[in-house]
Structure formats: structure tokens, C-alpha cells
Design a protein around this ligand. Structure first.
Ligand SMILES: [Zn+2]
Length: 238
């Protein structure tokens, strides 16, 4: 299986790789990759795979049968090709900031109100949360956004590491999503916002809360009884 370099170092923007297989001319598996595949509420990375003078744009990355598959926009890559990979860093870095912000917001909201998160989807321009709550008003949500923004002004480190499964599952709230079961593996990857939140997570995050910047509430809506949906985004003009 390809080595997923983004799990260890989410700041890696370029790497060399060797093509392992190509399916239908445009679904490429590499021996190692820095492209994040769609999953866990985080969108896929885009970027380029370069062979000599030829550039192949990576338009989609997914996990299929446990393997990370890169869809490129043209034919020409072959097994054993030596290539160079370059991430669309601007897109990824926004997702890292939003993803880290999502941990903090969700943690504050869950701790403060006892709600369960039932869905979460990040995108470059907005982050969406669904949670089970019969009633809320916008002011309450604004208050948690404000609290999160205060934390983003502090020098708070974010760490990620593996823990044995049994030990990991003893952490209160380590599985944030309602109905989510931890994967059947020996160790879980934990993402820790020091002093704020710890959860099992395979995504990419920033190393310090200061990198998030500020966030703003976009909208909140009712999606049926007991289901509320809230959208926030990075507030880069703040
Ligand atoms: Zn995460």
C-alpha cells in the first residue's frame, strides 16, 4: 500500500514517487503520496504529477480497496515511471486551517451543550456541521464561534500521534461523531489540540491554533426535528 506522507507531515508540498499501477490510463497508484484522498469529511487534494516535461493534473483522489488512487486529466503515465508530485498548497492549507477550526468549534459546542455531531463536511469556502439539538438560537452559536476565535489567538499547539486502540478509546469524547465506530485496527491516530480536544482522526491539520486565523458563522438552519445544520468559514478579511 502506498505510504501516506500527509499523515506524518501535513506541511509536505512536494515529493518524488514511483508509479505502481495505472488503471484505464488515468487512475494512478503511487508508492508514496502527499495527496489526501477524500474521506472523513475532508475533500481530496489537487495538484500535479510531473514526469519529465509532462504535467498531469490531479483532479480527484480517492481510496479504493484500501489503495489511494489519483485521477489525472490525461493519458501517458505508466507503471515504474519516476514522477514528482506537487500539491495545490493554497487549497490544502485552507482545508488544514478549516479542519483544525472544526475540531475546536465542535469540541466547545459538544462540551458546552452536550449535543452530538451527526455530520461534518469541510470545503474550501465553508465548513458544515450537523448536530442533534432540538432548539438553538443563533446567539448561542455565535457565542461558541467567539470562544473558538479567542482560542485561535493563543499559542496552542496541535499534535498528532498513534495510540494503541485500547488506550485511545479510554479518552473521553475521542470518537466525536454519533454512531461512528473506530476502525478495527491495532492503533488509532489521535489529533490533539492541547488542552482543548483529542479525537481519532485521519485528516490534515495545522500545527498551532494561531494558524487558523479567525472564523465566522455563515448560517444556521433546521433540517428536520432534532437536526440542526450550521455553516462557518475562515474569516480571512478579519
Ligand atoms: Zn481532524
Amino acid at each position: 500500500m502506498a505510504k501516506a506522507l500527509y499523515l506524518g507531515d501535513s506541511y509536505l508540498r512536494e515529493c518524488d514517487a514511483t508509479v505502481v499501477s495505472v488503471t484505464d490510463g488515468k487512475y494512478v497508484v503511487l508508492d508514496q503520496t502527499l495527496f489526501y484522498p477524500k474521506g472523513g469529511g475532508q475533500p481530496w487534494d489537487t495538484g500535479k504529477i510531473i514526469k519529465g516535461n509532462d504535467v498531469y493534473n490531479v483532479v480527484y483522489v480517492g481510496k479504493f480497496s484500501g489503495e489511494i488512487s489519483h485521477e489525472v486529466d490525461r493519458l501517458g503515465l505508466n507503471p515504474r515511471d519516476k514522477v514528482h508530485c506537487v500539491l495545490d498548497w493554497e487549497r490544502r492549507y485552507k482545508l488544514m486551517r478549516s479542519h483544525t477550526a472544526a475540531h475546536v468549534f465542535a469540541s466547545l459546542l459538544c462540551t458546552g451543550t452536550g449535543v452530538l455531531i451527526t455530520g461534518n463536511q469541510l470545503d474550501v469556502d465553508e465548513t458544515r456541521f450537523d448536530f442533534s439539538l432540538e432548539k438553538f438560537d443563533r446567539e448561542v452559536l455565535e457565542r461558541y464561534i467567539d470562544e473558538a476565535n479567542k482560542l485561535f489567538q493563543k499559542d496552542i499547539p496541535v499534535k498528532w500521534y498513534e495510540l494503541p486502540r485500547e488506550e485511545a478509546l479510554k479518552i473521553p469524547g475521542v470518537i466525536k461523531m454519533a454512531g461512528a465506530f473506530p476502525p478495527d485496527v491495532d492503533s488509532l491516530r489521535i489529533v490533539e489540540v492541547v488542552g482543548v480536544d483529542r479525537q481519532a482522526d485521519g485528516g490534515t491539520h495545522v500545527r498551532n491554533l494561531r494558524e487558523v486565523g479567525q472564523i465566522k458563522l455563515l448560517k444556521a438552519e433546521n433540517k428536520g426535528k432534532n437536526n440542526r445544520r450550521v455553516y462557518f468559514s475562515l474569516n480571512d478579511t478579519f
